[in-house]
Design a protein around this ligand. Structure first.
Ligand code: OGA
Ligand code: MN
Length: 200
């Protein structure tokens, strides 16, 4: 996979955890120079972020973060997408998911912001199979809040700290929420999907 990855990424561990629990936490994912480039690209785009709760002109109160959908103009983030595309191939080999597309956005939660309990793919109504969140703020302490609280396949709840350089991958069907953050929390959320055919 990409040159930016550290050797910490253990794909066997990833597949086993996904199989057992429906989610996996991967730490120290990228070399720090690439993490910094991603962070800079995200921060430079911040004035273009829009309220995520507004869809089709209608405001919903489930979430208070701001997002920016990724396009080809975010060259650093595109390398993260390329890594996820390779990961998708591995997951396809292990689970026959048929993953063939990725949608992704930067997200920014400012102090006081949160995302209430939800599933990314309720009742299989969309083509999201796997959700991934990569955290790219520079520091995080336990008192900064902003945990991802997620229910695994056997209904156990997990409190996952949004540590920098951490990638969380989970079944898009699982119930989860983002607890109130007490400082700026920056991430890339990406969904691995099984709809259109774009890769050969
Ligand atoms: C989402 C989401 C979790 C997180 O964007 O749908 O649940 O930890 N994000 O940011
Ligand atoms: Mn979600």
């Amino acid at each position: 996979m990409t040159d930016h990855l550290t050797t910490h990424l253990d794909t066997n561990y990833m597949i086993n955890q996904l199989d057992d629990l429906g989610f996996v936490i991967l730490d120290h994912v990228y070399h720090l120079d690439y993490l910094k480039n991603l962070y800079i690209e995200c921060v430079h785009g911040l004035d273009q972020f829009r309220k995520a709760a507004i869809q089709d002109g209608i405001a919903r109160d489930i979430r208070s973060d701001h997002i920016l959908w990724l396009t080809d103009t975010q060259v650093q983030a595109q390398q993260h997408i390329a890594m996820l595309a390779e990961l998708s191939q591995l997951l396809n080999q292990a689970f026959f998911f048929g993953l063939n597309d990725i949608e992704a956005h930067f997200a920014c939660y400012n102090a006081g912001e949160a995302y209430a309990l939800h599933r990314d793919n309720p009742q299989q109504k969309n083509h999201r199979v796997i959700s991934s969140v990569f955290y790219l703020h520079q520091t995080w302490q336990p008192h900064d809040g902003g945990e991802l609280r997620l229910q695994d396949r056997s209904n156990q709840w997990h409190m996952i700290q949004p540590l920098p350089n951490r990638l969380v991958i989970f079944d898009s069907h699982l119930l989860h929420e983002v607890l109130q953050s007490h400082q700026q929390r920056l991430s890339i959320t990406a969904w691995l999907r099984n709809d259109k055919s774009v890769w050969s």
